[in-house]
Design a protein around this ligand. Structure first.
Ligand SMILES: [Ca+2]
Ligand SMILES: [Ca+2]
Length: 226
C-alpha cells in the first residue's frame, strides 16, 4: 500500500506505508468510517480501452478497490473498479460532491488512485471543500502530487489528514496533472472519535498550502489511450 499524505496546515509528505505500518495501524484505532448518502460528478466520466463509468452510481463508496493494473478483472470485469476522467485544456478538474444528509464530522479523507505512466495516467491533485448548503463552498485542504515516474505502477491512497470538517456536504475536486487521465476507485471519509470539531464550518479561503516536490519530475506531455 502506498500513501501520499497531506497534514494540515498544508505540508505534505509522501511515504511508503511499509515503514510506518505500525503507526498507521494504531492511529486508525479511533477512526470511524462515515459513509455519504450519495454523490454527483460535475463532469461525465470517460471510457477508453475499458468502461470507466460509475456503473452503480455508488462505485466510489462501495468499499471495492482496484489495483495498479487498470484492466485487471477482479471478478466484475476488466477495470470495473476504476472511474476515470480525461483532461482537456479548458477542463482539468472534476468536482465530486458528497452528500451526508446531515452534519458529518470528518477528520480524514482517503482517495484511491493509481499511476500508470507520466503523460498518460498519473496521480491527480486533490482539493477538499465543505458546505452547509451544497452551494457555497469553503476550502479545507489540498494534496498536490507532482508527476514522477517513481509512482508508476502503484495503487495509492491519497490521504488528507487532520481535517476539521463538520458539514453535510463535502466536495472532493480531482485535478488531472498535465493533460491526461485521472483514475479514482474509492473515496473514504473518517471521523476521529478522539477529536471534537466546532460545528461552524470555516469560512473564507483556506490557509496557504505548501506544495512539495519529489526528487524526480518528469513532465511528459504525450497522450495515449488508457
Ligand atoms: Ca469503489
Ligand atoms: Ca468506503
Amino acid at each position: 500500500m502506498n500513501l501520499w499524505v497531506a497534514n494540515k496546515p498544508g505540508v505534505w509528505v509522501g511515504c511508503w506505508i511499509l515503514s510506518a505500518f505500525a503507526y498507521f495501524s494504531s492511529a486508525k484505532a479511533s477512526l470511524i468510517e462515515i459513509n455519504p448518502q450519495n454523490y454527483t460528478f460535475s463532469r461525465p466520466t470517460v471510457n477508453g480501452s475499458y468502461n470507466y463509468g460509475d456503473q452503480t452510481g455508488r462505485q466510489l463508496i462501495d468499499g471495492a478497490y482496484g489495483t495498479a493494473s487498470i484492466g485487471a478483472n477482479l471478478g466484475n470485469g476488466p477495470a470495473y473498479e476504476w472511474i476515470a476522467w480525461t483532461a482537456t485544456p479548458s477542463a482539468k478538474t472534476v468536482n465530486i460532491d458528497f452528500n451526508f444528509g446531515s452534519l458529518a464530522q470528518i477528520n480524514r479523507i482517503d482517495v484511491g488512485s493509481l499511476q500508470d505512466r507520466p503523460g498518460n495516467v498519473v496521480l491527480p491533485n486533490v482539493y477538499v471543500y465543505q458546505s452547509v448548503n451544497g452551494t457555497t463552498w469553503s476550502a479545507v485542504a489540498q494534496l498536490v502530487t507532482p508527476v514522477s515516474t517513481i509512482n508508476n505502477g502503484k495503487h495509492f491512497e491519497l490521504q488528507l489528514n487532520d481535517l476539521s470538517i463538520d458539514a453535510p456536504y463535502v466536495r472532493v475536486t480531482i485535478e488531472n496533472n498535465v493533460t491526461n487521465w485521472a483514475f479514482v476507485d474509492e473515496v473514504d471519509f473518517w471521523k476521529d472519535s478522539s477529536k471534537v470539531v466546532q460545528s461552524v464550518p470555516e469560512s473564507g479561503t483556506t490557509a496557504s498550502m505548501v506544495a512539495g516536490s519529489m526528487a524526480l519530475l518528469f513532465f511528459l506531455r504525450g497522450r495515449f489511450k488508457a
